[in-house]
Structures are given as structure tokens and as C-alpha cells.
Design a protein. Sequence first.
Lengths: 795, 364
Amino acid sequence: MSRFFGLLAPVRASEQLLERLLFRHRPAIALLFLLATVWLGWQAAQIRPDASFVKMIPTQHPYVTNFLDHRDDLAGLGNSLRVVVAATEGDIFSADYQQTLKQVTDALFFLQGVDRSAVKSIWTPNVRWTEVTEEGFVGGPVIPASYDGSAASLDQVRSNILSSGQLGRLVANDFRSAMVEVPLFDRDPQTGARLDYQQFSAQLEQQIREQYQRDGIRIHITGFAKVVGDLIAGAAQVGLFFAMAIAVTLVLLYLYSRSITGTLIPLACSLVAVVWQLGLLRLLGYGLDPYSMLVPFLVFAIGVSHGVQIVNTTTLEAARGADSLLAAQRAFRAIYIPGLTALLSDGIGFVTLMVIQIEVIQDLAVAAALGVAVIVLTNLLLLPLLLSWRGVGATAIRHLQRQQQEGSHWQALVVFTRPAGARTALLVAVVLLAVGLWGGQTLKVGDLSAGAPELREDARYNLDNRYITDNYASSSDVFVVMVKTPVQQCASFPVLDQVDHFQHYLNSVSGVQSSVSLADVSERVTAGLNEGNLKWRSVSRNQYVINASLGFVPAGLMNSECSLLPVILYLDDHRADTLQQVSEAVALYGAEHNSEQARFLMAAGNAGFEAATNAVIGTAQYEMLLWVYGVVSLLCLLTFRSIRTVACIILPLALTSVLCQALMAWLGIGVKVATLPVIALGVGIGVDYGIYIYSRLNTFLVQGYPLPEAYLATLQTTGKSVAFTGVTLAIGVVLWIFSPIRFQADMGILLTFMFIWNMLGALILLPALTCLLRPVRRAPAPVTSVAQEIDHAVQ
Amino acid sequence: MRGFIRRRLALALVCLGALCGSTVLWADRLEQPAQPAPQATQALLLDIVRAGERLIAVGEQGIVLLSDDQGERWRMAQVPVSVMLTAVQFPQPQLGWAVGHDGVVLRSQDGGESWQRLLTGRDINALRTLQLTQQLADLPATVDAAQREMLEYALDDALAAEKDGPTTPLLDVWFRDEQVGFVLGGYGLLLKTTDGGQSWRSLGHQADNPDGFHLNSLLACRDGSLLIAGEAGLLLAPDADGERWQAQDSPYDGSFFAAIETDQLYVMGLRGHLFRSPDGQDWQPVALGQGRTASLNGAVSNAGQLWLLGQAGTLLQAGPQGFQALDTVSRRSFSAGVRTGQQLVLVGEGGISHIALDTTEARP
């Protein structure tokens, strides 16, 4: 065996050291663990949900850096909220409704985190109407100063809305609702404190929706802050799923081990791992992001899976007559190396997620890697320590012995170690691979449906979103191109003329609904200055006319030093294809026309960020797979020092990855921030099975056993617990399918699928590949029985 | 569209390779040909006319649209500029004229398929200066001081315009035949050609328009007389040789945007003002109906029938009981229209609109 772990000599050395340390100072070490758990538990109790707009977007991507460079000039084009106040009976022209709209506008204005200067509704003074009369061009705020709620003043409001150009933007096309646009600060500009989305979303519910929604008034809210708020609120149910997962695991563990200690100790150790992980996260300054809410599940599941291996081996030892201490010690010795290798692979698999330049995914990588590191302590060290006191109990030993005598139901799997069975298995795998590759072709990056695909289609958020898309002309998918000019040149004729052409060009790109920029304002006001005559609605070549036309520029269409003018594109949707088409078209225009006079930079707006995110994820998904497989393969190579072995362990995982992509395509799940980590997590966890099975199998093979016999022996020891683990992990995550949050449900399906297929791959494909790839050599005839060899293996 | 983008992408890459991407300066809209645009039928379109069986519409970004099936399907013509075109006219099915911003005058000799740029505002500015300098030089010493002063003032104006560049838009065009035609526009600009556009004479300074009000529309009546309707109630009619335009008594001091002839003459404009006259002298206000105060931009007359069109989706049909609003669904403004069979083809803010006449529900 030392030949195999040659390169891991230091680890082996540490094993001996640790074993001595651990089992000679049991009470002291247990006490240390207890103290650490209490302390970290106290930390974990203080961990808070956390989310940030900036964390969701790739801050290194040029689109986002361009936005961040100019974020002060782009008020309202980053993270903003739309609150719609709808009249369910009648229209918005009632004193009562207007009163409510005013109150909602005011209430939103005063919420902490709102960019007050950029709040817009027909009740804010920055929204104006303009009209042409014989006396010239007149205008004013939509709600007149003389407004008193009378029928006459409501009529005035109606006609002001018509001449404000806000129909379809701040007022619904059918006059039955009006909108408040609420730009948010991700960080408070004064204090620098991050916006607490959970609290903010709760305030929206309490101070806006509950406060003002009543008979006759409905409130609809959309925007990133609400999505995140709803995700965090929905994630509260995660606690329930966690409790259910624990209960199911408890029952299964008992049925498997028939030992009270063998059930409670792995469970407790895995829970300790979760507590430690959360506590450490909190100590490192992290919060619980809704997108990494699943990490504690994974930590728990991985913990249980390793715990089962140890309990199983301890029972085996005890069945052979060792006392509690010796059994636990031998189990530690047997499991420590493969366990450490497996956990190391898990951890490194997770760490490879760091290559993706999106903070929320990097945070998830840290959380998961931390969890795995913690499991080394809790489940590889603490667990055998605790087991050494009470042992697994007589019932468990009898149960194991009975099973070993029966043992025959594993015989079925041995068929895959014989050439015929192996070839059949491989053939099936190749067919599946072909199906997977074919099915995976349609896998898309980004969102595939409207609204917030993280939430279910019938979630209130998505209903609110649909209401707004149905009743307002301007789509909520906003892509902003920033046109950078020399200082004081943003409104010069050549710039506006070029921007005008640019918009004309973009309006011909499919996916672009409409666009708005300073050029439009200038054109409209120029027509207005000429009595509203449509024939004057063009950028004037006369700079004085342009300057006069820019007397009332709405906020956000130019910056204060006049060196930046955003072009706001309203898109049909935010599907990946649409975003890509638009970005390509803009990039093309920039390549052809960027000059000192005007540079066309992408991109702000939710659709702009999503385009950047898609671009990053599109390349990162392959980069990530390359890293995951590269690192895990390298680790296996170091451990087993055989390319064949690496192939035996990795190929089944690769098949699962391919099938998982096909499943995603088939279920209409796009690769995005929420789902990208799934495959890395799947590989990280799946490799455990392969490592455990192969290392045990190898033990028998090097002793000269023929493959079928060696494999049967493996199945009866390690294989059994691998099968059990696969099922337990799957059951732990399958419950997510019932999550109110759609992306968690998607993750549940995908992880369940990966756990089961990885397990089947390890139990079927691994021996089949071993059979077919093994060099034919003369093996010495076995001299002892398999039962005796199991003995050797664990010593 | 994707194919289009891909071709352009290839072009851009070639361009990048030659490092020209960063140095290309934006070509002026007077030099930049109109870009093909699939959404051109929804662009801002300002005028539409018939040329034989063909319909021709013009609008922003140098868009000229042609339809050979009464407005069902449209394609873009080749246009050498991308300025906003404001008016189009075809004195003969093959020969047409279009005018637009920056003083651009275009001519087509193939029924609107392709267009040549005959004049720009730069040419107009130059020819005005030249003509006025000449006129001043040719002025006999005996001429009265007032006329000299008027010419000097006009020359100053022309020189200032030359310094400003081609900023004045043309707003209407009318050709009587192959040879004789007028173009007119902002700030009292009025040019005449008598040789089919080879040479032009500026008439604006000798029109009865001392404030330089915009000249919005020229109406050629059946009896051969001409009428220009303009800003601030301006109505101009020419003398016998068409050189000097005299102000007429006006019923209104707000702007007129359009004029049309059915059984009588109509002028219309700001805030729903409409006036009618049998002879172009004596104007009577016509009430549109309660609350109809949207500006009127244009009119369609066909077989004695009259439709008025204007801001915010206004479309009014003249009837025995006065004007009735036709339901146009959208609130987008209309600029001009023609009748084809049982429908109106209108142009305006939303591009081309079809209004079926037989099934349209009339609102009181």
C-alpha cells in the first residue's frame, strides 16, 4: 500500500502522529472540540442573510468596470426598483388614488438606501409636462401647484400626463396604475454601509405593501432588491428542509447501521461541521447569501457520507473482535488517507469555482471549501474519537455479520467486472454519452424566461413583473450604452448627430424595442420650440438651438460636466441570445466609429450587467470544468500513480457531467450564477465514491485477487456504504424540489441527479473500466480467503 | 439581421486590423447615405405621396420608402444623405423631389428608386450671398434707399447664415412641371427654379415676411394660384410672375402647418384651428368640435371628401354633421396621408398606419 501512497508520505506520517495524539488524549481533545463548537456555535447564531447587487455581477468585466467608473453619473441606471400603485376599480383620476400615490412616493423617498434625487413618479418635481401654445412653449410639474383633488384639477393632471410623454412609462397605458421609480444605493454614499436587502425588502412589505394595499389599491413591486428579499424570505424555509433532511438521514442511518451510537455520532459530527462552517464564515466577515444557502446542506451531506465510511469500518473491525477503542483506531487508520484524499478533492473542486470573477460564486467556493476543511476535523478526527468510547454496539455487529453471510445481493454487480458485462456497461455509457452530448448542445447561458427565473413562475414577484410588462410600454430589461465625449462636448451637434444615428442603427437590431438618449430630448424639445411641428423633430445643426433645447433634461441623460451621455435601450427580454445580439451590435458600432469625439462603452442597466455576467459565465463554465477535472485528476494521479486508475475514476464523473448538462437543457435551466456551481459541486462530491471504491478495490487487486472477487469484497465493505451515501445525499437534496424558490428546486433536481449517477457510475462503470483497462497479467493464485483479506486491508 | 451583423462584424475586424477603428471620424449626415433599416416603416415619417401607382414616404434619417402594392409592403430607396426629409412631391410619376433638414434638396428620375443630392444648405447659403451681392451691385443709383436697405439687410442675414452653416431646414417642395418649382422652409427661406433645379433664385428676402417666419406649406390650387401657409398666421400669395409673395389677410395669429383644397380652400394649424375660404381671401373659422385642440398637421382630400390629421392620433373625417373622430387606437401624431381604395395610408410618429374606412367606427 505504501507504494500507492508514496507521494503522500507526509500525509501518512501525519496519520501516525495524529492517531497517537488523538487516541492517547481523548478527553482533552474532546473537550477542545466541545469548546470550539460552543464558541463557533455562538458565532454561527449571529450570521445574517446577506446579498449585494455588486456581488452578483462580474466586477472585473469591462462592462461593469465601465459602469463603476461612471456610476455617479448614471443614477437610476444600476440597481433600481419599480413600485406600481394600481387602482383595481376605476382609474387613477380620483383624489383618493392620487393621495395614495403621493403617500407611496413619499414613503419610498424616505426609505434608507434610496437615491432620493433620482426618485421619479408623477408626484416628483423632476417629472414635467410640456406643451405648445400660441404664446410659446410652456411646461411644469405634472401635478400642478394648485392641485386640490377636485375634478377640475384631476382633469388638469390627466392632460398634463398626456403632454408629459410619461404614458407607458410612469403611467400605465390604460390609466389604471402609476409607477414610482426608485433607484437604490448598493452602498450608502455617506457611511459606506451595505444596503441590507432583507431589511429593505421587509420594509417594502410592511411600510409600502401592507400599509397602502387595500380594497381598490394594489401594490406591485419589482427590481433586484425585491428578488433578493423574496429569495431570502423563501430561504427561511431552507431551515425546514434542513430539519427534514436530518430526520430522513437519522432513520436511514439507523436502518443501515442498527446502532444508536453509529447513528447519532455521525449525525452529530456532521451538524458540528455545519456549525463550525457557519461560525467560521461569520468570523471571516461573510454573510449567508441566498445563492450559497445550499452549502450547509452539502457540508452536512458530505459529513454524513464520510461518517458512514468510518462507522462501517469500525463495525467491521468490531465484528472481527476488536474492542471499541481498537476498532475505532483501526477504522481511523483505514479511512484517514482515502478520506483525506477525497475531501481534498472535494475542497479543491469547490475552490476551482474561484476562477469565476463573480463574487457571489467565489463566496460560495469559500463557504464550501471551508465546510470541507471542517469535515476533516469533525468527521475524520472527532467521529472515530467519539466512537471509541461506546463502540457501535452488539446489534450493529450482529447485523453486519448477518449481512455478510447473506451478502449475495451484491453478486449482481460483480457481472460488470467480467469482460462481457464490462463491455455492455461501457456500450450503454457511450450511448448515454452521445445522448448527453447531443442533448447538451441546446444548453443556454443566462436566463431563459421572463421575470426572475430564480423564483417560481407563479411567485408574487413574477406576477407583479408580468403586470408591469403588460401595462407599461418601457420594458424592464434595460441595456445602457455610455457615450463618452470630451468635457462639455456631450451635447455638441456632431455628438448628438452621431448618437442619433447610433440609435437608429440599434433600433434595427432585433431584440431592441426602443431607445432613449439626450438626442431624443433635444429633438423633441426642438420640435416643441417650433410649435410642436413634427418636421422639426431632428437634432438641430444650430448649437444655440441645441443648447436651448436642453433646458429641461431629465435626470440621468447626461452628467454634470457634460462628458457622458447614456443611451438607454429597452429590450424585448433578457434572454441570452437577445443580450448577445445587442452587445455584438454595439461592439461592432464601437469598433467602426469610436473616436476622440465619442466612444461607445458598454454597459449599465440590468440587461447590460446580465450580458456581462453571461459573457463571464459562458467562458468560465468551460474554464471551471477544465480546472475541476484537471485538479481532481492530478490528485488521483498523485494518490494512485496510474493514468488508468485516473481514467477509471474520472470517466464516470465526466459522463455524469455531460448528462447533467443535457438535463439542464431539457428542463430549460440556463447556466447562470445560481446554477453554474452545480457541476463543480457534483464532481467534487462524486469523486469521493470513486476514490473510496478504487482504493479498497486496489488493496485486494495488489494482493493478487482476480477482479470479480476483489470487487465483491469491495462491495461488501466500501461499496455498501457508497451506495448508502449516494442515496442519503440524494434524499437530503431531493426535498429542495419543493422549495418556493425555483433555483433551489432546480439545484435539488440537478444535485439529486448527480449524486445518484455518480454513485451508479462508481459502482458500475468504475469496475467495468477497471476490467477493460487492466493490463492482462499473471496474477499469483490467492492464498487466503477474501474474508481474511478484508482483515489485512484494514490493518 | 444576424447575417447583416455578421457581415458588418467581418468589416469591423478588417477595420480593426488596419487600426482605422479609432481614427474614423463621424461622417456628417449630409454625406452619410441612409442606412438600411428593417424598422423603417415604424420610424418617424413626415410625408407621403403618390407617383403613378407607387406610394412614396419620407422621414427621419434619410428614409425614403417605396410601396408598389398600395402601402402593404415597403422597401427602402437609395438615398445619399441621412438627414430628416420633411416633404416629397412627384410632378410626374418618374420625376420627384424631396427636401429636408440642413437645406437638402434631392431629385429622383426613376420613380423614387434612387436619389441625387442637388442642393444642401451650404449651396443655398452660398447662392443667397452671391445673388444678393450681385443684386446690390446691379442696383441703379437712383433706386430708393428703403429698397437698398432691404437688400443690405438681406445680405447681412445671408452672410450670418453662411457662418452658421447649413442649419435651416426645408419644410415643403412643389414643382409645377419638369422646370418650375419652389422649395421653402424655416426662417422665411424660399427658393425657385425655372430650369428643373439647375439654378435657383432666393425669393425669401423679397417676400412680405419681414420677421422671417417659417414657411410651412405650399398649396397649388386647381385654378393655378399658389398659397403658402406659415408660422404666426402667415399666408403668402405670389404676384403674376411668381417672384414677389404678398402677405394676405389672415384670420389667425397662430401657426398654419398645412393647406388643402376640396370644394373650398382650407388652412389649418396650431391647437386645432381650421379656416375655410372659397377664394383664399375671406376666411371663416370651422369648429372641429368640443375639446379638439390638438394641432392639425396635414389633410387628405379625395373625391370631395376631407380628412384632417394631427397630434396625438387626431384623425377627423368631414361629414354633413361636422367632423367625426375616427378611432386610430394609437396616440401617435400623424403628419400626412393618402387614400388608397377603402383605406387611408397615414404617416407620422409611428411610421406607416393603415386606417380602413369602411369598417372604421366613427365616434361622435
